[in-house]
Design a protein around this ligand. Structure first.
Ligand SMILES: Nc1cc(-c2ccc3ccn(Cc4ccccn4)c3c2)[nH]n1
Length: 246
């Protein structure tokens, strides 16, 4: 899987060299390439922003550097088709270009599962008040474009959102996580929040571990854990409960 990231803060993504994703990159499972948007500027000050038409506070990112950078990435990728992950992808052979945005559709575990099957994703990290709309419209001529939000709060740019999304789908790409079974029993994977976890010691500051977890009775443990998931989901995120459990 190939991932391209366009940003004015390339150093931000050194974090992707660490931990699980770092190993996936070393193993060649995920090929991450970071592009500095300013490399596509032509003026002495390497300008990437300008004042908004129609007035208003803040600055808007100029379309030219974005168009040039995205074209270069898509042209390069067209010359070396990336290998899709196992499993059925979107069926649309065009590359996927994702722009984090407060105005985007909300990124969920279902989005992460879908992205994990894509052979190639380009992420465009905006800054300032956002990117000139014509960049999205122009890119949509040759790629699938998605505007995606992490949630109902406003960040200063797309870099944090892209890091979170790469972690969310990256761990689902076959070969990235050592034990794929650990991906199944977890929050949101089955639609419910996860059950509480315990480890040694059996007694800590006067607090014990639920007896059922020490019983060795796997069916009872599984039943208790599922009940805990339902209880926690009903208490914290009732909207996630399937209709039959509400
Ligand atoms: N879930 C999300 C995503 C973002 C996000 C993503 C990309 C950009 C590029 C610029 N900004 C700042 C900004 C502030 C005000 C209005 C528009 N944009 C971004 C914010 N915030 N929250």
């Amino acid at each position: 899987m190939r991932v391209d990231i366009v940003t004015i803060f390339p150093e931000f993504f050194q974090v992707l060299d660490v931990s699980l994703l770092g190993k996936a990159r070393q193993d060649g499972i995920i090929d991450v390439r970071v592009h500095d948007l300013r490399d596509a500027t032509t003026d002495r000050h390497r300008t990437v922003d300008d004042t908004p038409y129609g007035g208003g506070a803040g600055m808007v990112m100029k379309p030219e550097p974005w168009g040039q950078t995205i074209d270069a990435i898509l042209d390069d990728a067209a010359g070396q088709p990336a290998v899709p992950a196992e499993g059925s992808g979107s069926g649309d052979a065009r590359p996927l270009v994702v722009f984090p945005s407060p105005a985007g559709t909300v990124f969920t575990q279902a989005t992460a599962r879908r992205y994990a099957l894509e052979p190639h994703i380009v992420f465009g990290c905006g800054r300032y008040e956002g990117i000139d709309q014509r960049v999205f419209d122009d890119t949509a001529e040759r790629a699938r474009v998605e505007l995606v939000s992490l949630g109902d709060y406003v960040l200063n740019g797309g870099e944090v959102a892209v890091t979170a999304m790469i972690e969310a789908f990256g761990r689902l790409v076959p070969g990235v996580v050592g034990n794929p079974e650990s991906l199944v029993e977890e929050s949101h994977e089955d639609g419910l929040l996860e059950y509480p976890s315990y480890t040694k010691p059996a007694l800590w500051r006067g607090r014990e571990v639920p007896d059922v977890l020490l019983s060795g009775h796997h069916a009872k443990i599984a039943a208790w854990r599922h009940e805990q998931q339902i209880e926690r989901t009903r208490r914290v995120r009732p909207e996630l409960l399937p209709p039959e459990l509400r």
